[in-house]
Design a protein around this ligand. Structure first.
Ligand SMILES: CSC[C@H]1O[C@H](OP(=O)(O)O)[C@H](O)[C@@H]1O
Length: 351
């Protein structure tokens, strides 16, 4: 794990974020002290990745209410809910954003008998807990994924479900770091992942920095590397898993899943349980973010399509559960029938 590529740092009442829009060419950390600036960092993807978005939003909510004046409990709770609702508008697909905000709101609601000062402290501790738990969740996902992998494998991943998308380890990359620690010999093929190129700018950066054998491929090369027998398993992250196992992830994941199915290659989704949305029955209910068309028609400010031409830019797509071999969580490995087995896995879990 590369110590200098930590995505999120909480220090001296400041949220310090690694600006992921300038990687791999620049390592720049920025300090955030307001909900508005955290909202913007999420929106423009300075911080991105479902778990990292959730952790950042939790701190953003605390930062947004820590200076709330007065001792009126009802007024403070109103401010918490208002700030939460505001941060919830930053991006629509990653359910971790809403999960983290709801968890923070519950702390304020369930402790409304305490003083405003005491609830503010509880909110800070809850954000810190969400942050710390994410690390543990990811390591457990890595251990569970390792039981499905073998030394000497070729792995393909899409986008960045790495340490940079989380507090540490990543989800899809967690087994890669653990395998490296245990001396396994394996290769990773990282789809560059148009249009924002997270697979080359982020995944390749963090894996290469960790001494892992990673090869960047363009998205349209996934088929040929599979046809050449280079890939023994596909591991991707997720932004929202519906109750039936349909999974939203970075645009292009659906295509990779279809290719994997065609070539008989196992397709694993690394899924922290906070990314499983029991309130959404299937993939049709997952809101898919559409981003500005300029992300498709230009690259780093260079126009790559004729000016004025239209471009379609959904940031995610939905992989049907039929294309998924297993959904690997920190609580265990879930196989089909996903609806029944996910419900069993999460039985008794309140949030
Ligand atoms: C650990 S899951 C990260 C997940 O989020 C990414 O999307 P974005 O970079 O737009 O936040 C991608 O879908 C990853 O799989």
């Amino acid at each position: 794990m590369n110590k200098h590529l930590i995505s999120i740092i909480w220090e001296d009442e400041k949220l310090i974020l690694l600006d992921q829009t300038v990687l791999p060419n620049e390592v720049k950390y920025e300090a955030y002290t307001t909900a508005e600036s955290v909202w913007d960092a999420i929106r423009v993807m300075k911080v991105r990745g479902a778990p990292a978005i959730g952790v950042s939003a939790a701190y953003g909510l605390y930062l947004g209410v820590k200076n709330h004046g007065g001792t009126d409990r009802a007024g403070f709770l109103e401010a918490v809910k208002k700030t939460s609702a505001y941060l919830a508008t930053s991006r629509p697909t990653a359910v971790n954003l809403f999960w983290a905000l709801e968890r923070m709101e519950r702390v304020a609601e369930q402790n409304s008998g305490l003083t405003v000062v005491e609830v503010k402290d509880l909110l800070k501790r809850e954000a810190e807990a969400i942050h710390a738990e994410d690390e543990q969740i990811n390591r457990a996902i890595g251990e569970n994924l390792l039981t499905l992998l073998k030394d000497g494998m070729g792995l393909l991943t899409h986008c960045n479900a790495g340490a940079l998308a989380t507090a540490k380890y990543g989800t899809a990359t967690a087994p890669m770091y653990l395998a490296k620690e245990r001396g396994w010999n394996f290769k990773v093929y990282s789809d560059e992942t148009r249009p924002r190129l997270q697979g080359s700018t982020l995944t390749a950066l963090e894996l290469h920095s960790a001494g892992i054998d990673v090869t960047v491929i363009t998205d349209n090369m996934a088929a040929v590397v599979m046809s050449q027998g280079k890939i023994d398993a596909v591991i991707v992250g997720c932004d929202r898993v519906a109750a039936n196992g349909d999974t939203a992830n970075k645009i292009g994941t659906l295509g990779v899943s279809i290719l994997a199915k065609h070539y008989g290659i196992p397709f694993y989704v690394a899924a922290p349980t906070p990314t499983i949305d029991r309130n959404t029955p299937d993939g049709a209910g997952i809101p898919i973010e559409e981003r500005d068309s300029s992300e498709v028609t230009s690259l780093y400010g260079v126009q790559t399509a004729p000016p004025g031409v239209k471009a379609y830019n959904p940031a995610f797509d939905v992989t049907p559960h039929e294309n998924i071999t297993a959904i690997v969580t920190e609580k265990g490995i879930v196989h089909a029938p996903f609806e029944q087995n996910l419900a069993e896995l999460l039985k008794g879990q309140t949030i």
